[in-house]
Design a protein around this ligand. Structure first.
Ligand SMILES: [Zn+2]
Length: 372
């Protein structure tokens, strides 16, 4: 059976596994960006592993009876990682008891591997997963500087470990999450770089025929567009929006279409100033949302924000303020995430609003759940 070389399109015989190129030159050319990313990540690795080795003091009795053989240890750790991941999905990060359980469980797992050391790829994978859990569970209350630094370090450690074991799917995903950690830290410059790095890895090292990869490529593409849109010309923005929409159609999943509409409304409002088209997309987004059997509550405020911003741009400030003071504020009170607090505060300051909102309950880099 013949397939096409991924770089030049020349027909070549299909081989098992990995990517298919006709020669080394094609391979080199096509993987240049991702090779640079991996090189950069691994150069920083030493520093990260020094951090990973800081002894952790905590409730060690959480582990109860821990198995002693390597195989039993891995089995135990995988089960625990899945249980904690399940808490994010089933209870949601907006549940304080879920955040606490995830933090304690992941910290205990990390301690276990620190005592035994990271020796195999599977060890590295499990430690990376615990860093991801600690990153996503975030911190309680309004974060201090060291709090944010610790979330960023967990994010970086996961990136370094996945790079080390050449797990490109997870590396791409961890780079996206790491970029979101930078956004939480209001460091958009590094976030932009991280999103690009994630894009290169997913695009050059993974196959987009895998729906999981296509979903991640969709996410990283809209983030990349969001952070760079102000520097792009209208033509390029339309092209990228078009690509996003095509990718969403390929996937055919309601949640992906929802995100696409949201990004379209945002871009059409702010960069393209095509308010009619933005309003059209907004109607489509709301229709889709109404028809969905499962209404995602966690990212709900992100779906409301484009509507508020469109109303403001089209001179309907009163309607916008009504949405801010009622709908958005209510969603925030039910999920007091730092990011939504900041958005709300910026509106309160800008429009001199008098509503009172409680301070944030927690900060996490995750606003959209990334499937594991
Ligand atoms: Zn070729």
């Amino acid at each position: 059976m013949l397939i096409q070389c991924r770089a030049c399109g020349k027909p070549i015989p299909k081989r098992r596994g990995g990517y298919q190129y006709c020669d080394d030159e094609c391979r080199q050319r096509s993987t240049q960006n991702s090779r640079q990313v991996i090189h950069r990540v691994l150069t920083r690795r030493r520093m990260l592993f020094e951090f990973a080795a800081i002894p952790w003091v905590g409730p060690s009795n959480l582990l109860g009876s821990v198995p002693t053989t390597k195989a039993q240890l891995h089995e135990y750790a995988w089960k625990e990682v899945q249980r904690l991941d399940g808490l994010i999905l089933k209870k949601g990060l907006d549940d304080p008891s879920a955040r606490k359980s995830i933090r304690n469980g992941a910290a205990a797992l990390r301690k276990l591997f620190e005592d035994k050391g990271i020796r195999t790829g599977e060890d590295a994978m499990l430690v990376a997963r615990t860093h991801e859990l600690l990153r996503d569970a975030g911190v309680e209350g309004e974060p201090s500087r060291p709090d944010i630094t610790s979330i960023r370090r967990h994010a970086d450690a996961a990136v370094a470990l996945y790079a080390e074991i050449r797990d490109y799917r997870n590396l791409g995903k961890a780079l996206i999450a790491s970029a979101n950690t930078c956004r939480l830290d209001e460091d958009d410059r590094t976030a932009d770089r991280m999103f690009r790095a994630g894009y290169h890895i997913l695009n050059e090292r993974c196959s987009r025929t895998d729906p999981g990869i296509a979903r991640l490529l969709h996410q990283v593409s809209f983030w990349k567009l969001r952070l760079s849109a102000q520097n792009l010309d209208r033509c390029e923005i339309r092209k990228q929006l078009n690509d996003l929409s095509n990718l969403a159609c390929e996937l055919g999943e309601p949640s992906v279409h929802l995100e696409t509409y949201r990004e379209e409304v945002g871009c059409l409002t702010h960069e393209l100033r095509d308010y009619d088209k933005a309003a059209e997309r907004l109607v489509e987004m709301k229709e889709l949302l109404r028809g969905m059997s499962f209404q995602p509550s966690y990212p709900a405020p992100t779906l409301l924000r484009p509507e508020i911003e469109l109303l403001i741009k089209t001179g309907e400030k009163d309607a916008a303020i009504h949405l801010i003071e009622n709908d958005y504020a209510t969603l925030y009170r039910n999920n007091r995430h730092l990011h939504y607090y900041r958005v709300l505060q910026s509106w309160i300051r800008k429009y001199g609003l008098s509503i009172q909102v409680p301070s944030p309950a927690y900060a996490s880099p995750i606003l959209i759940y990334l499937p594991r």
